[in-house]
Design a protein around this ligand. Structure first.
Ligand code: NAD
Ligand code: MG
Length: 395
């Protein structure tokens, strides 16, 4: 039986992970769960899986959660209740779980994931920001502990599968597919007036709000380029992004002999989650087969980097290296949060990130403290721009 802790269990990936584990009740035992503020959903999940440990966003949410469960007659002694970052770390490091599914959104997922890796637990990684902020540290630790980081992000999951068809040194390039987001066909001159509701309306995938905005700016693909470079140890020049609106081909690897391997599938994250949880085996899926005859025409386009400057900003941070990706990610998180709260416009997102990158003096990413300091610095810097973006940017 595989024992598992799920970080971010109340999110889009978290709930899909529980759907996967519940289809194999004899094979998986969920030891720990973490949620943020959605107490009602976390309570339901606790009633379903009876975890050893459960962590909520903060003490207040934990008190609310426990009172709700007590009212419903849950056997409280069954689960140990904790909260906040320390609580999430306790869940990821729980001695009874051998694997951690990391699906907190944003850099907040980094420390609990890294701590689990330090203990030699297998990591099924959805939280791409962890690899962007501390990819080199994660890879060093994974080699030291001899545990593989298994990507859940659909593109990286696809590449992981394709790489089983050749050796790392035979790779010519990685080809990451991107849906193109809701503004793929929006004319450049109309980009200044796009709204939050339009940005939240993703054409092919249903996901959390932060990653949905990242998909609309193409920063999601930018973060994925950095994630791919770290995970597969491939240089930026060998990572190409191609817009593929149908999201059927999840990514491709071109080998030096000219062969291109691709992975195709339904746009359902349960496939990638199940692959990561059952690797190196493959288990039956309860999902329907991909109906090849019903597929739409598959199209591939070059991304418009002028219309979507976030993609080039991510390449720039990757090429700069050191703490630059951590600064890029932190600035993006602050800008996206401000956009979600109607504090800035869509077009100010890349402007703020660029200003933060311009002001950043990158250091080598030698340890966790260094990258976390760069993250904290970039957040502060981005907040200043968010409060008076136009003035700060033009000045
Ligand atoms: P989501 O917003 O639906 O869920 C995020 C989860 O993290 C929730 O449980 C939330 O309570 C928790 N959380 C958020 N902020 C937190 C904080 N500061 N501290 C503790 N917990 C916090 O997000 P999602 O779409 O499930 O994405 C999760 C991660 O997976 C992201 O890194 C995203 O980029 C990645 N990912 C998601 C998808 C997808 O299809 N949704 C695909 C690929 C990668
Ligand atoms: Mg992805």
């Amino acid at each position: 039986m595989k024992t598992l802790s799920i970080l971010g269990s109340t999110g889009s990936i978290g709930t899909n992970t529980l759907r996967v584990t519940s289809s194999f009740p004899k094979e998986f035992r969920v030891v720990g769960l973490t949620g943020g503020k959605n107490v009602t959903l976390l309570a339901q999940q606790i009633e379903e899986v009876h975890p050893e440990i459960a962590s909520s966003g903060d003490e207040h949410a934990s008190a609310e959660l426990q009172s709700l469960l007590r009212q419903r007659g849950y056997p409280m002694a069954r689960t140990h209740f904790v909260s906040g970052m320390e609580g999430h770390i306790e869940v990821s490091c729980h001695p009874e779980s051998s694997m951690v599914l990391s699906a907190i959104s944003g850099a907040a997922g980094l420390v609990p994931t890294y701590r689990a890796l330090e203990l030699g637990k297998s990591i099924a990684l959805a939280n791409k920001e962890t690899m962007v902020v501390a990819g080199e540290l994660m890879m060093r630790k994974s080699r030291e502990k001899n545990v593989e980081i298994l990507p859940v992000d659909s593109e990286h999951n696809a590449i992981h599968q394709c790489l089983r068809g050749g050796q790392q040194k035979e790779v010519a390039r990685l080809i990451l597919t991107a849906s193109g987001g809701p503004f793929r066909e929006t004319p450049r001159e109309k980009m200044s007036s796009v709204t939050l509701d339009q940005a939240l309306n993703h054409p092919t995938w249903s996901m959390g709000r932060k990653i949905t905005i990242d998909s609309a700016t193409l920063m999601n693909k930018g973060l994925e380029v950095i994630e791919a470079s770290r995970l597969f140890e491939v240089a930026a020049e060998k990572i190409h992004v191609v817009v593929h609106p149908q999201s059927v081909v999840h990514s491709m690897v071109e080998f030096m002999d000219g062969s291109v391997l691709a992975q195709l599938g339904l746009t359902d994250m349960r496939i990638a989650i199940q692959y990561a949880l059952t690797y190196p085996e493959r288990w039956n899926s309860p999902l329907p087969s991909l109906d090849i005859y019903q597929l739409p025409k598959l199209e591939f386009f070059e991304p418009d980097q002028e219309k979507f400057p976030c993609l080039s900003l991510a390449y720039r941070a990757l090429q700069t290296g050191g703490t630059a990706p951590a600064a890029l990610n932190a600035a993006n998180e602050v800008a996206v949060e401000a956009f979600l709260n109607s504090g800035i416009s869509y077009q100010e997102i890349p402007q703020i990130i660029e200003s933060v990158l311009d002001a950043h003096s990158p250091k080598e990413a030698t340890d966790l403290e260094t990258v976390l300091n760069a993250d904290a610095w970039a957040r502060e810097e981005a907040r200043v721009y968010c409060h008076s973006p136009r003035q700060a940017i033009s000045g």
